[in-house]
Design a protein around this ligand. Structure first.
Ligand SMILES: *Cc1c(COP(=O)(O)O)cnc(C)c1O
Length: 411
């Protein structure tokens, strides 16, 4: 059954539908002029020199890591609390993922956790930084903690489009910043991704590698005066972007500022509607930045009186869709098999937090009334009576660590 209030809805605006149809009728479907325009417009939107569109966010990560030309098996830091595809990309690139715990404050690694993971394996060659839920990570601080130059940081910005820190938008990157245009992301195309960078060499490498390492793509070969000749001068994969995707993306990009504004309104409404619900931790806003609000992610602490899993089921019964970001990678059987104890390390904060994480419905088409219904359901389902609103105290904060004895057991 489709939930009455789904976790996400993909909106492809009428202009994007029309643009896709125009491309389908144009006789040129794959990577071509629309892709070039989309890349230019996306780079302009972010204020970054280069954007290279690829088939997915995962491909963007793999191509960015390959472009670093690291020795086979070199160690790459990644949060343990991330999307599985981001760690598959490290493995596909022939590198060795080293998991980092989250810090006690945010749901992403902090400098202390990065330093601890780096020390554990001796030294690392690169780092993947994820902007969890759309909260901008302190990239420069994390790079310094790992002893890495910014050029060795690959940003997993799948959640980060629309966020920024210290006045700089996520996506404007010294190293590589990887976006996803998957159906639920902030700029939905359906599928697709991009590598954004100020580094011209890196951009040129990703541009060639996304299409078999060929020196000239088909569009350029068929242009007037183009030649059938090409070389393959590097390793490559088949990860190019189509003009159908690009046409949709260009029209969707025009909506992004409005959609981001709406996400921020919805987050404010959730914050107000969930204030005072016992045991529920709302997102802690960044001091020096703005979130993309890709997710509205809460933590269901013991004081809520019902487990996160039980709350998911109870909300589903009321027709409210939710999601979990993420099952940490060390709890997935494949990664348990392939990661050595040294690569995995101890992840106490991630282990304590991951059973409490819950992502509530968040998408620009969500109405105020729907947010109110979700908040009311979450408040009613708390096994303990709601306290009067008393912001900005975050009720569940202490539940990240072992539960205090005074907290009532879940019923
Ligand atoms: C969606 C997502 C990806 C992968 O993007 P795809 O376009 O689906 O390949 C990577 N990392 C994170 C954090 C994501 O949420």
């Amino acid at each position: 059954m489709t939930p009455r209030i789904p976790f996400a809805r993909t909106e492809i605006v009428p202009a994007a539908q029309q643009a896709a149809l125009d491309v389908l009728r144009s006789g040129w479907i794959t990577t071509g002029p629309q892709t070039a325009s989309f890349e230019r417009e996306l780079a302009g939107h972010l204020g970054v020199r280069h954007a290279v569109a690829v088939s997915s966010g995962t491909a963007a990560l793999e191509l960015s890591l390959r472009a670093l030309r690291l020795p086979a098996g070199a160690a790459v830091l990644t949060p343990a609390l991330t999307f599985c595809g981001a760690v598959q990309a490290i493995l596909h690139a022939g590198l060795r993922p080293v998991l980092v715990d989250v810090g006690p404050e945010a749901l992403q690694p902090d400098p202390a956790a990065v330093t601890a993971a780096t020390r554990r394996v001796g030294a690392v060659a690169a780092m993947v930084v994820q902007h969890m839920a759309g909260f901008p990570a302190p990239v420069a601080d994390l790079a310094a903690a790992a002893g890495l130059p910014l050029a060795r940081v690959v940003e997993d910005a799948a959640h980060g489009l629309g966020a920024g820190r210290a006045g700089v938008p996520v996506g404007r990157s010294v190293g590589a910043s990887c976006l996803s245009f998957y159906a639920t992301k902030n700029l939905p195309i359906g599928e697709g991704g991009a590598v954004c960078t100020d580094d011209g060499e890196l951009a040129a490498d990703v541009r060639a590698s996304r299409l078999h390492g060929m020196s000239r793509d088909a569009w350029r070969r068929y242009l007037p005066g183009g030649s059938w000749r090409y070389d393959v001068d590097r390793a490559g994969m088949k990860a190019n972007f189509t003009d159908v995707q690009a046409a949709i993306g260009r029209a969707q990009l025009a909506e992004l500022p409005r959609w981001q504004g709406r996400r921020a309104e919805l987050a404010d409404r959730y914050d107000a509607g969930l204030a005072g619900v016992p045991g529920l931790t709302r997102p802690v806003r960044p001091v020096d930045g703005w979130p993309a609000w890709h997710l509205y992610q809460v933590r269901v602490g013991t004081a809520y009186g019902r487990t996160r899993d039980a709350l998911i089921d109870a909300l589903a019964e009321r027709g409210i869709g939710t999601s979990v970001h993420f099952i940490p990678v060390h709890r997935l059987s494949y990664f348990r098999r392939v990661l050595s104890p040294l690569e995995r390390g101890d992840l106490p904060v991630t282990d304590a937090a991951c059973t409490q994480l819950l992502s509530l419905p968040m998408h620009p088409a969500l109405s105020d009334a729907e947010v109110d219904q979700v908040c009311q359901a979450v408040a009613e389902l708390a096994a303990v009576r709601r306290r009067p609103a008393r912001t900005p105290v975050q009720e569940g904060d202490r539940d990240v660590h072992p539960v205090p004895a005074s907290v009532p057991a879940p019923s």
